[in-house]
Each structure stands twice: as C-alpha cells, then as structure tokens.
Design a protein around this ligand. Structure first.
Ligand code: HEC
Length: 151
C-alpha cells in the first residue's frame, strides 16, 4: 500500500492537499477519486470523477465479497457517466490494508455493514485477483440477489 500510495503521489494522482483530508491511510488511494468524504470527487457536477461509496449497494452487499471483488477486478468502462475509471487496485494493496479499507468504507460515510477480516481478503484475492473486469449491470444484479460475484 505504501509503495502504491507513494507512486500515486509521485504521479500527481493524489494532490497533497487531498492527503491531509484523508481519514484512513488505507483509504487514501480510493479518496483520489471517491473523495475523502466518500461522496465522489466532483459530486453534483454533470460528470463526476467517481460514484459515491456512501450509500452504495455494492459496498454494503453481504459480507463484503462483492465490494472486495470490485477492488480486485475493477469495473469495465461502458459509458461516460464518470470521468474516472475503476481500475483493478487489489494487487497494489496488502491483505491487512485491504481488510482495513473495506471495513472502513463499510462502516463510514453513512454505511453500516459488517467488518471484513484479513483471512476473508486472502481468500477473495485467490478468487478474484487477475480476473477480467466486471460489468456494472452484473454487479448491481448480484448486489440485489445477494449472490457472490462471478467474474
Ligand atoms: C482513478 C479513479 C478511481 C480510483 C483511484 C478508485 N476508483 Fe472506484 N470507481 C471509479 C469509477 C469511475 C467508478 C465507476 C465505474 C463505472 O461504473 O463505470 C468506480 C466505482 C467503484 C465502486 C462501485 C460503486 C457503485 O456503487 O457503483 C466501488 C465499490 C469502488 N469504486 C471502490 C473503490 C475503492 C475501494 C478504491 C480504492 C482501493 C477505488 N474505488 C479507487 C474510480 C476510481
């Protein structure tokens, strides 16, 4: 996480002023697009950077597997609703940082979903890391039916 975070700063991906506002270190990379407050950078503008994580069904679904799968595979870009793109980011984060971040997002920004453990993240990494990007419509279907992601 530290390395990814540092290279993100070097790439100018994360503005230093943003870092000061980030509430949890493990969430810093995500905050670059989803905002320190989880509302999404540019929320309220016609084309925001990324969707809100506060109130997201995909974040709160089940035990967190669907949410984790998104971080491992990313989301295939199908339209121009958002300026940014949800790339696969799980490979650049350690299990501990991922568990911490997933738990943080599931219990903040108005979300009240259960915590995620390091052993869950280890199993989900085996299952999803390196798999093709998922489609938003499939993810939304899975969040509604409660069936775990099938990339
Ligand atoms: C470069 C910008 C960017 C970064 C960095 C980023 N995301 Fe995203 N994220 C997006 C965009 C854009 C979408 C919407 C993709 C789409 O649906 O086409 C998205 C979608 C999501 C969704 C689905 C939300 C919903 O309800 O539709 C989740 C969950 C998510 N991201 C979590 C994360 C997490 C956790 C991190 C940090 C590890 C992260 N993202 C980092 C841009 C980003």
């Amino acid at each position: 996480m530290k390395t990814a975070f540092l290279s993100a700063i070097i790439m100018g991906f994360i503005a230093p002023s943003l870092i000061a506002q980030v509430p949890a270190a493990s969430y810093a990379l995500c905050a670059a697009c989803h905002g320190p407050d989880g509302k999404g950078i540019g929320a309220g503008t016609p084309v925001p950077m990324a969707p809100a994580l506060g109130g997201s069904k995909l974040v709160a679904s089940g035990d967190g597997e669907l949410f984790a799968s998104i971080v491992f595979t990313g989301i295939a870009k199908e339209d121009a609703k958002f300026l940014g793109m949800m790339a696969p980011l799980g490979a650049v984060m350690k299990d501990e940082d991922l568990a911490d971040m997933l738990t943080y997002v599931r219990s903040n920004f108005g979300n009240t979903a259960s915590p995620v453990t390091v052993s869950q993240v280890k199993a989900w990494r085996e299952k999803y890391n390196g798999k093709p990007m998922q489609k938003r419509t499939d993810l939304e279907k899975q969040a509604t039916t409660g069936v775990a992601a099938k990339p």
